[in-house]
Design a protein around this ligand. Structure first.
Ligand code: FO1
Length: 317
């Protein structure tokens, strides 16, 4: 089994490549749920849904989240009642949130509903929320406000300066069923090129996860989400400094520290390879900009080959 720690869009593009290299049934994805929120009484899970829609080939190609061929009739009508629709839910997307919320109200767990949604979209990789407990990524801004991640990222367009990031509720959260086993029993554990702070970091903030990643016999191979000091998308460049991490391929590898056995950087950052070798991290340079599914497939193939090579050399065990 190949296990991937994943956030939203960057992870989805990577997974689209991975499923071209191995049968989807052999892939388990542990997904961040810190972005999740309640809107209009509905439970919305942006990272789980983004991965589902990408793998189903139904994602909006321009926004890269939400559904293609989408309309926003319900959102327009909600505004008639004075509801605030800064977090815009499309008509098709709403069906996912309605189903999920109905099932949660019936007592189903988020894991159970996630499996139902994936099956309904014909997605055969196993998607696991990192926890079935309610957690939320919260952002402290330099003017002293405490915002939900989506308030920071969407409502305020990521403009405020960030002084702290935390996963609220993490202290009471338990790994969802199968999550620890997926990390410990994997033949390879891949860190997708997701946001190291609010996607990978929030996965690792769930008690037991960081320890499982540190202990797994699987080689841990990560892909840098930073190319030439810049993010491919999102706001990791503004969150990493809040954690004292450098905004570079090397800086993220150092931020992950002992957890990594290998780190894939973009060709543009090839100079990081020997710098990291000096720190005992096997680093390789390759194309990591996954605009083309074939690039994503080659990148995923490189991760798997690197993990197999590390296993042969007894690294990671
Ligand atoms: N991002 C936006 O910038 N504006 C939105 O109105 C918005 C709505 C939305 C609805 C469902 C969903 O699954 C994602 C949505 N996103 C929106 C993207 C979301 O903020 C990000 O996908 C992740 O939370 C960060 O990776």
């Amino acid at each position: 089994m190949i296990t991937v720690l994943a956030g939203g869009v960057g992870a989805a593009r990577f997974l689209r490549g991975l499923v071209r290299c191995v049968p989807p049934e052999e892939v388990t994805v542990v997904v961040n749920v810190g972005d999740d929120l309640e809107r209009h009484g509905l439970r919305v899970c942006p990272d789980l849904d983004t991965i589902t829609y990408w793998l189903a080939g139904l994602v909006d190609p321009d926004r890269q989240w939400g559904r293609a061929d989408e309309r926003h009739t319900v959102a327009e009508e909600l505004r008639r009642f004075g509801h605030d629709t800064w977090f815009t839910l499309g008509d098709r997307d709403l069906a996912t949130h309605l189903h999920r919320t109905m099932r949660l109200h019936q007592g189903a767990t988020l894991s159970e509903v996630t499996a139902e949604v994936a099956a309904a979209f014909g997605v055969t990789v196993r998607l696991l929320p990192v926890t079935d407990d309610e957690v939320a990524t919260r952002i402290t801004t330099d003017d002293g406000r405490d915002l939900h991640f989506q308030e920071y990222w969407v409502r305020e367009r990521g403009e405020p300066n960030v002084t702290a990031v935390r996963l609220a509720g993490a202290d009471r959260a338990r790994p969802a069923p199968g999550v620890l086993e997926a990390v410990l029993d994997a033949e390879a554990l891949l860190l997708a090129p997701s946001n190291p702070v609010v996607s990978i970091g929030t996965i690792l903030a769930v008690p037991g996860l960081r320890d499982a990643v540190a202990r797994t016999a699987a080689p841990v191979v990560g892909v840098s989400p930073i190319i030439s000091g810049s993010v491919v998308r999102g706001m990791a460049d503004r969150l990493l400094p809040a954690l004292g991490a450098e905004v570079s391929a090397s800086g993220v590898a150092e931020h992950y520290g002992e957890l990594l056995d290998a780190w894939i950087v973009d060709d543009a950052d090839a100079e990081a390879v020997e710098h990291l070798a000096g720190r005992g991290v096997t680093a390789l340079a390759a194309p990591t900009l996954m605009d083309d599914p074939l690039v994503a497939a080659e990148l995923a193939r490189l991760c798997l080959d690197t993990a197999a090579d590390l296993r042969r050399r007894g690294v990671g065990a």
